[in-house]
Design a protein. Structure first.
Lengths: 346, 274
């Protein structure tokens, strides 16, 4: 149960001119599951290592419940990091791996044995204690690594790309396991990932880091609906950016005048909206309705991606395949952009 | 085609085996026979009379062979332990990190295998005089490090080049102190290298002659020195017996560590794998 606070954390590696991480500040409330999201090399693993005490920051501070931990050795911080490649000790059995942290804390061997048994039960690997890590599948290794971390009941759990090495079906299983254990034990958890999908499915809150700086720190859905800028929107799969002028209520551009939701920014900017929020057909009251020509159709199975031409502007849309069954390339169709789906960025 | 190739490879292998046996084992046979001979004169193929006289003498208190054996074991073990203590951190630095002047450091460490020991030892001799290390066991142990360290460092550099230090970070993060991390995580990973490097160091120290003679000043009489004394005095039977005792540790150590010496073991890669 620890509130983690990161203040102006900066890391400049020796010999580097640009900081790998530039004044990152972040509040991670007790018991929350937070994702640090960003492309590889954006400084997110650097951040984790600095929280874990495996790397010294150039400047800035990390506090747990208001107390700076920078002077604490890694083994004294109550932080456990689970690395992307699991790093199970190859010379030890699964049970010895899981019990490692307790052994380091000089817990009685009988007690270790009991708690290892419980923990393996919890990660659904009750019978594999005697195996060597090399005899396990990737998913099993991941669970052993998680069990090894959770058994010491850390104040803060750090996960490095926890789902990225797993198959699609294992990902959801693992996601549920991580979430349920994390919620049950109430451990403040931070994980890093380059995969926005991984961040969204697992985290309570996502911090997007681009070029060593934090862009946005919000609940996952906000990144889709209300991105702070074009780079953020693009990172989450946004494609529609239309230059124009906003007066706070409506947006004037090549698409004509579109009605904006409340709290939209004013001034010169870009209008953005998710491809999946483009609706086929006219709105009931005619708001934000447009005539579009189909420039391309990409069938994706459960979805269909369309390139729509409105005047000289090309829009990306993702629709249900049934909605456009009767249309083909070159056809003109009515579309509309629901007011609540629009957003203005600088 | 491939069949003929495999035949030629097989015959090459047999040839190498025969050559190695001829070269390594054959010279030892007359030595072994001599140690049991009462007298062995030309043109006899085998000695006329056999005896345990040489062995009795070699194992007696007056010969000093047993004392010398213990001394040699002690010196070689000490040189091995010191080589490990220096070679493990040095190998880690060379195997894992890039730093300015790394090539020069590698060259310096390898230099003793290229430069003849006698050229270096004369300088060391005068330095050791001022340090009071001449004619002492510690002086001999220290000077043995010159030829043993290159092997130790080379082997450890190979091990560390394929070593992932993230395991140590993981152990620290699980609550292990740096000392416990080394004991439980680093040491098991580098153990094959320590065994192989230590084996080399021990055998290299075991076979030192010139360095021991010059720094020990004849007062530190290790087994090779004793052996040489008997060999030059023409006692072939006693030379044979001591020779047999002398090669024993090498064979025992080799048999104990043979599994770590295969080409697949990371321990024998040297700088080549960096």
């Amino acid at each position: 149960m620890t509130h983690v606070s990161i203040k102006g954390l900066t890391k400049v590696y020796p010999g580097a001119t640009e900081p790998s991480l530039d004044r990152l500040s972040l509040e991670i409330p007790t018991g929350e599951l937070t994702a640090l999201l960003g492309p590889s090399g954006c400084g997110k693993t650097t951040t984790m290592k600095m929280i874990a005490g495996l790397l010294e920051p150039t400047s800035g501070d990390v506090t747990f419940d208001g107390r700076s931990v920078l002077q604490d050795k890694p083994e004294d911080r109550g932080v456990v990091m689970v690395f992307q490649n699991y790093l199970l000790f190859p010379y030890m059995s699964v049970a010895d791996n899981v019990g490692f942290g307790l052994k380091m804390r000089k817990i009685d061997p009988a007690e270790i044995k009991r708690r290892v048994g419980e923990m393996l039960e919890l990660v659904k690997l009750p019978d594999l204690g005697d195996r060597k890590p090399i005899a396990l599948s990737g998913g099993q290794q991941q669970r052993v690594a998680l069990a090894r971390a959770l058994i010491v009941q850390p104040n803060v759990l750090l996960l490095d790309e926890p789902l990225s090495n797993l198959d699609a079906h294992l990902r959801f299983e693992m996601r549920d396991l991580i979430r349920s254990l994390q919620q049950e034990m109430g451990i403040t958890t931070i994980f890093v990932t380059h995969d926005q999908e991984e961040a969204v499915v697992l985290a309570d809150r996502v911090a997007l880091i681009l070029d060593g700086q934090m862009k946005q720190y919000d609940k996952p859905d906000v990144f889709y609906k209300r991105p702070v800028d074009e780079a953020t929107a693009r990172f989450f799969g946004g494609h529609n950016f239309i230059n124009g002028m906003s007066d706070g209520q409506s947006f004037d551009s090549e698409l004509g005048r579109l009605i904006l939701p409340d709290n939209a920014a004013s001034g010169i900017g870009k209008l953005t909206f998710r491809p999946e929020n483009v609706r086929i057909g006219n709105a009931g009251d005619g708001t934000n309705s447009l005539k579009a020509t189909i420039a391309d159709v990409i069938y994706l199975g459960t979805q269909t991606r369309l390139k729509l031409r409105v005047g000289d502007t090309v829009l990306d849309a993702v629709v249900n395949p049934n909605e456009i069954e009767t249309y083909g390339v070159g056809d003109t169709l009515p579309i509309h952009l629901p007011t609540s789906s629009l957003w203005v960025i600088q | 085609m491939s069949n003929r190739e495999s035949v030629s490879i097989r015959s090459f292998r047999v040839l190498t085996g025969v050559f190695l046996i001829t070269w390594l084992i054959l010279p030892l046979i007359p030595l072994a026979i001599w140690s049991f001979a009462h007298g062995w004169f030309y043109p006899d193929l085998l000695p006329q009379t056999w005896s345990l006289r040489a062995w009795k003498y070699a194992l007696s208190d007056t010969a000093g062979v047993i004392d010398s054996l213990w001394l040699t074991i002690g010196i070689s073990l000490a040189a091995t332990v010191l080589s490990i203590l220096v070679g493990v951190p040095a190998g880690r630095a060379l195997g894992m990190y890039k730093f300015r002047g790394k090539e020069i450091v590698e060259l310096m460490i390898l230099a003793p295998t290229i430069v003849p020991g006698i050229a270096v030892v004369l300088g060391i001799h005068s330095v050791f005089i001022s340090l009071g290390l001449n004619n002492t066991v510690w002086g001999v142990i220290l000077v043995h490090l010159i030829p043993t360290l290159p092997y130790m460092v080379l082997v450890m550099a190979g091990i560390f080049a394929n070593y992932d230090p993230a395991f140590e970070a993981q152990a620290r993060s699980l609550g292990a102190s740096s000392l416990k991390t080394f004991w439980y995580v680093t040491l098991p990973a580098i153990r094959p290298g320590i065994i192989v490097g230590g084996l080399f160091a021990f055998l290299v120290s075991w076979s030192q002659y010139i360095l021991t003679l010059l720094i020990g000043g004849g007062r530190v009489e290790t087994l090779p020195l004793l052996l040489f004394n008997f060999a030059t005095s023409g006692r072939n039977d006693i030379t044979g017996a001591i020779g047999m005792i002398y090669i024993l540790p090498g064979i025992v150590i080799l048999l104990l560590t043979a599994k770590h010496l295969s080409g697949r073991s990371g321990a024998v890669g040297g700088f080549g794998q960096i």
